[in-house]
Design a protein around this ligand. Structure first.
Ligand SMILES: [Zn+2]
Length: 236
């Protein structure tokens, strides 16, 4: 499967069309999209564009709390959502952090998590997979998608981040060192978490939000007020 930049009613987003065809509606919105707030008319326009019934937007806390939505649950805070209920968009907002979508197309069951460095250090991606498996998803059917985020080309971090990741058992390879500066490779760290959870099929957009700030919000580039919207939902 390969990523495409798609347009629906003015909403512009990266997705895997082949996965959409299997009923896993998902996307990583670009700045061209009309909203990143999902309030009032914008909310309705989004629901209409993607033929969905409801939206879950949480206050994110850089933690590892993952909610399960089977029928009508609407969590208001946390950093991960597992969806069994169809036609509901689970949204994660980012500005440099990594959004990760996990899907079992057969079950079907999907999840989306907010994996910044803190959530990644807390292994939120691995925890989401384990929780999905306990709910009946099959590891052998699961795939993961890594959205646009700040990448190792641009994500300079301090020694305290390095210490935390080493303490949590991540490999040396999740860091890149250039001229005494340390850069964190969030996607590699999350690949390690997914591999640890037995997920082998990973699709990575490979997009760096700092390098492509014409398309995506980058907190580190000074866009503290702007957000990249990432969502997943089950068609049925
Ligand atoms: Zn970059």
């Amino acid at each position: 499967m390969t990523f495409e930049l798609r347009y629906v009613n003015g909403w512009s987003y990266y997705s895997l069309p082949e996965l959409e065809a299997k009923g896993i509606v998902h996307g990583f919105f670009t700045k061209e999209s009309p909203s990143h707030t999902f309030i009032g008319a914008d909310r309705n326009a989004f629901l209409e564009a993607f033929a969905l019934h409801d939206i879950i937007v949480m206050d994110q806390e850089h933690g590892d709390e993952i909610h399960i939505v089977t029928k009508g649950e609407r969590p208001d805070r946390g950093d991960g959502i597992i969806l069994v209920e169809p036609q509901v968009a689970a949204i994660i907002k980012t500005a440099d952090c990594l959004p990760v979508i996990i899907a079992d197309t057969l079950c079907p069951m999907v999840a989306i998590v907010h994996a910044g460095w803190r959530g990644t250090a807390k292994k939120i991606t691995q925890k989401a997979v384990e929780k999905m498996v306990r709910l009946g998803a099959g590891r052998e059917n699961m795939i993961a998608i890594l959205g646009p985020s700040i990448r190792s080309c641009c994500y300079e971090v301090g020694g305290e981040v390095l210490d935390i990741f080493q303490k949590e058992g991540f490999s040396e390879r999740v860091f890149v060192k250039k001229n005494d500066v340390v850069y964190l490779d969030l996607s590699r760290a999350n690949r390690e978490l997914l591999a640890g959870a037995g997920i082998e099929t990973i699709y990575d957009t490979g997009l760096c939000t700092y390098c492509t700030d014409d398309l995506f919000a980058s907190y580190r580039k000074g866009e503290q007020g702007s957000r990249q919207i990432n969502f997943v939902s089950l068609r049925r």
